[in-house]
Each structure stands twice: as structure tokens, then as C-alpha cells.
Design a protein around this ligand. Sequence first.
Ligand SMILES: N[C@@H](CCC(=O)N[C@@H](CS)C(=O)NCC(=O)O)C(=O)O
Length: 222
Amino acid sequence: MMTLYHCVSARSLRPLWLLEELQLPCSLQMLPFPPRVLAKEFLQQNPLGTVPLLVDGTTRMTESAAICQYLAARHSPGALDVAAHEPGHGAYLNWLHMSDATLTFPQTLVLRYTHFEPEARKQPQVAEDYSRWFLARLRAVDAALHGDDFLCAGRFTAADVAVGYALLLATHLGLSAHFSPAVAAYWDRLQRRPAYLRALARQHQAALDQGVPTTPAPDIRP
Ligand SMILES: N[C@@H](CCC(=O)N[C@@H](CS)C(=O)NCC(=O)O)C(=O)O
């Protein structure tokens, strides 16, 4: 069975959500956030101390979007995966990469300089600038949704899970009020998916069962 190392509502929610979409069993190992500080033994598994870490036999992966691509390709050909021979393949890969490199990245700066840093090191200007940057990048998502319910290939794919996580993080950061109507409706559609709701319930129960806080510690400096 696969093992997924996860912190509540961290990027590792992407693979957890996808595993639920695929109804694949996995052992879910919850860690307090950040594991680098609060679960130092995890550094033996992943020297970066970051989540996700997916262990599947001899395969070990630490990039959430790549894990989504891997799981969909192996377990959902023609459905959550968009294969190389399909016309939507390029767009699919573009969304998977964009989900983290373009959409989540600016949000991590907002998170850091509004929540994680101690008061004296908070940077409201950085948070505001990167909030705007993120919201401007959502124009691509908005444009893709005109006439379509999902981002590419005319169906729900792993790319929607990867981008959906960026919308969840934006919601946690208080940015969802600025979503365009098309993005807001898309995010609403994603949140209604039974697999998404199962992933949220599962992480909560696993955190309780494993004695891990159900929310990230806000006062730990990265
Ligand atoms: N690009 C990676 C980023 C992984 C990452 O930075 N994860 C964060 C949680 S969202 C983390 O583990 N942070 C803890 C730390 O940096 O010590 C991905 O998409 O999985």
C-alpha cells in the first residue's frame, strides 16, 4: 500500500484528494506543521522536511503536482489523466505545473508574511503585492472556464485537483472574495465533489487519531 505523509491542509492535500477521487487505499501519516521543526525524525524520510512525501514501493515523490500526474497516469488513463495522444495533453501539463509554480508560490509569501513570521518580521506590503500577483494570475483560470466546467480536455482531471488546492489556500488567506464569478462557480463545483469532502474528513480524523493539531501552528517561523 502507498504511504502519504501529510500536514493538515498543506499541499499534500492534492494527492490525498486525488487518492480519494481514485478510491485508492493509502496509509496516511499525519505530521505537525512544520515537520522540519516539530517532527525532526521525518527528515530521514525527506531531507527537505516538506510534505507531501508519497512512498509507492521504491518510488518516492515530494512534489504535489507531479504526484497528481503520477497517480492519474497509473490509475486513471482516459479519465483523470490526459494522455500524450489526446489534444488536451499540453494544456493538462501546463495546468499541473501552473498550479504550484504560478498559483501556489505567491500565496506562500502571503502566508509567511501574514501568518508564520513573528510580529516584528511581518511584511504587509509583501503580502499585499503577492496577493495581487496571485489574483492577477487567476485570469488564466477565469479564461479557461468560459464555456467549460473544468480546465482542460472537456472533463474533470488531476489538473483540477492541483489548481483546486490553490483556490483552497486562497480561501484560507481570505482572497476568495476577489474571485471572478467564473472562478467562484468553479471552486464551488470542486468543493461539492464527494472525494474532496472525503479528503477533508479523512485528514481531520487522522489528525485526531494520530494526536496532531487539526490546524497548522501559526507561530512557528519557517
Ligand atoms: N513544490 C512543493 C512544495 C512542498 C512544500 O513546500 N510543502 C510545504 C507545505 S504546503 C511544507 O512542507 N513546508 C514546510 C517547510 O517548508 O518546512 C509541492 O508542491 O509539493
